[in-house]
Design a protein around this ligand. Structure first.
Ligand SMILES: [Zn+2]
Length: 96
């Protein structure tokens, strides 16, 4: 699963720098939010590996509130399976 590139909210150009190469918009706040979401997804992966599915689910929910991604939904589905939440996991996998 390849993540969708982040896009400038002003001109929709994909970006990787703090200033949009097309329109010059300041994208640093968006990058900070995406980075915070990524850090939570990484912590959720570690929690799953340590057998703490409840903590993983909490972290990935926080991540999705910041930046909703297919990877985040898949990770949340894994946590839901680990917690025996079959219907929730199926719902999340349909969204991914
Ligand atoms: Zn732009």
């Amino acid at each position: 699963m390849t993540p969708a590139p982040l896009r400038c909210p002003t001109c929709r150009a994909p970006f990787r720098a703090a200033l949009c190469g097309r329109c010059g918009a300041d994208l640093a706040p968006l990058i900070a939010i995406a980075t915070a979401a990524h850090a939570r997804r990484e912590r959720a992966r570690l929690a799953l590996a340590a057998g703490d599915a409840a903590e993983a689910q909490r972290l990935v929910l926080e991540a999705r509130q910041l930046h909703d991604t297919g990877r985040g939904r898949a990770l949340e589905a894994i946590a839901a399976v680990a917690l025996g939440q079959r219907d929730e996991s199926l719902r999340l996998l349909r969204m991914s």
